[in-house]
Design a protein around this ligand. Structure first.
Ligand code: SAH
Length: 397
């Protein structure tokens, strides 16, 4: 395949020679020769020396991904197959663990090819494509998966602009269709997965370790509030860990039936729990008025959200959100503060936490910290890739 040569600005040269995988516009003199997503790019220095090879694919964070620093390496089906086989080998412990049947198999740049991810759901593979450019290599990825002896079926989500908007289309692409729902296990807890629904299929796999810890150590006898609860995954683990009661709050109508389904799938009577469909910002006002307090509060909002009355951006509003939470947490209670926002790092996140407690005139102690689990592989050269930040905070007086 023909490679389009693009010159790197001197200032950025070192980052690329050291393995920074994302191709960003600002790092290049010009990108005029780029025409079609999926085309190959050769990054060169000011003296026309080869630095790296990659592809053109537009995502909000960059314009493509570096695939190799080796000029001779060919980017072809064998290249993709090799990376995928290696990624699978890296997850052998996951494949052989009967207690957990859903995990990430390929985590984009963390596994050597940015722009797509692959998740495993008990025999079925789900590919998320993040640019038109990487989608050009679809057959290579599909062929690698089809060869796997345990692969029953393949689903895909095209998470890039196809015709002006994300199309919620049927995402089944190969093999046998999965039952709806497909029930998978996470540390022996059942989750209902809907591979054919939109971009979110029922559970965020990257919170596995956090859920486990809540069940093991933080839930027993506690009155638990789960905000932005989605399908109630945290509530289920808390209830199974012996919580006195859980309260799940989410704005989306679907969250009610999905959370009921999750409780029922795990032998918990959902009528003993509270599931509330409401804007959390509204709920805070209600809780304050009724003087409700919780022992354990889980806060895992999306990076951006818009409701009728409120607009939320984690980077701007996390501190204030935390203040509302502190207000309804018991003394000696615990707040699990989480964010998947990639635009700020752990240090900044802890800064928000510190400021929130300071402004509320309260003391706190950080008792646990989590980042992405092992199956969500990241590379040290691309720290933004390690987006998940979870901090367990003990509220003092
Ligand atoms: N914490 C969840 C995942 C959250 S996904 C988990 O671990 O499973 C984000 C959720 O936030 C979505 O379900 C969405 O409906 C909900 N949401 C967005 N804005 C909201 C708001 N203002 N109030 C309540 N829920 C909101």
């Amino acid at each position: 395949m023909k490679e389009t040569r693009l010159k790197i600005r001197n200032k950025f040269l070192k980052r690329y020679t050291q393995g920074f995988p994302l191709i960003i516009k600002d790092a290049l003199h010009h990108i005029d020769p780029l025409k079609e997503e999926g085309q190959m790019i050769q990054l060169i220095d000011e003296k026309n020396k080869f630095i790296a090879k990659g592809y053109y694919g537009l995502q909000n964070k960059g314009i493509g991904w570096v695939l190799t620093l080796n000029e001779k390496e060919k980017i072809n089906e064998a290249f993709f197959n090799k990376k995928i086989v290696k990624a699978i080998k890296n997850r052998e412990a996951f494949y052989s663990n009967a207690h957990t049947t859903a995990f990430r198999v390929f985590n984009g740049e963390g596994d050597g090819i940015g722009g797509f991810t692959i998740d495993y759901f008990d025999g079925y593979y789900l590919i998320n494509w993040y640019s038109e450019g990487i989608y050009a290599f679809k057959d290579y990825v599909m062929n690698a998966l089809k060869k796997l002896p345990h692969c029953k079926g393949i689903y895909e989500k095209r998470r890039f602009d196809t015709s002006g908007k994300f199309i919620d289309e049927d995402s089944f692409v190969w093999g046998e269709e999965a039952p709806e729902p497909l029930v998978v296990k996470e540390n022996d807890v059942n989750f209902a997965i809907y591979l054919n629904e939109g971009a979110m299929v029922g559970v965020f796999l990257d919170q596995r370790e956090v859920r486990k810890k809540i069940r093991e150590k933080y839930a027993k006898g506690k009155n638990v509030l789960n905000t932005f609860s989605y399908t109630g995954a945290f509530s289920i683990f808390a209830a199974l860990g012996g919580a006195k009661k859980t309260t799940s709050v989410d704005l989306a109508n679907r969250s009610l039936s999905k959370t009921i389904e999750h409780f029922s799938l795990n032998g918990i009577d959902y009528e003993t729990q509270d599931i509330i469909v409401e804007d959390v910002f509204h709920y805070f006002k209600y809780a304050e008025k009724k003087n409700l307090k919780f022992d354990l509060v889980i806060l895992d909002p999306p990076s951006f959200a818009k409701s009728k009355k409120f607009r939320f951006s984690a980077a701007k509003d996390y501190k204030d959100l935390l203040k509302s939470i502190i207000n309804i947490t018991e003394k000696d209670g615990t707040i699990v503060a989480s964010t998947n926002c990639a635009t700020f790092d752990m240090k900044k996140f802890k800064g928000f936490i510190d400021k929130a407690f300071h402004e509320m005139g309260k003391k706190y102690e950080i008792v646990e910290e989590y980042r992405l689990p092992k199956d969500f592989r990241t590379v040290k050269e691309f720290r933004e890739g390690n987006y998940l930040k979870v901090v367990f905070i003990k509220v003092k007086k």
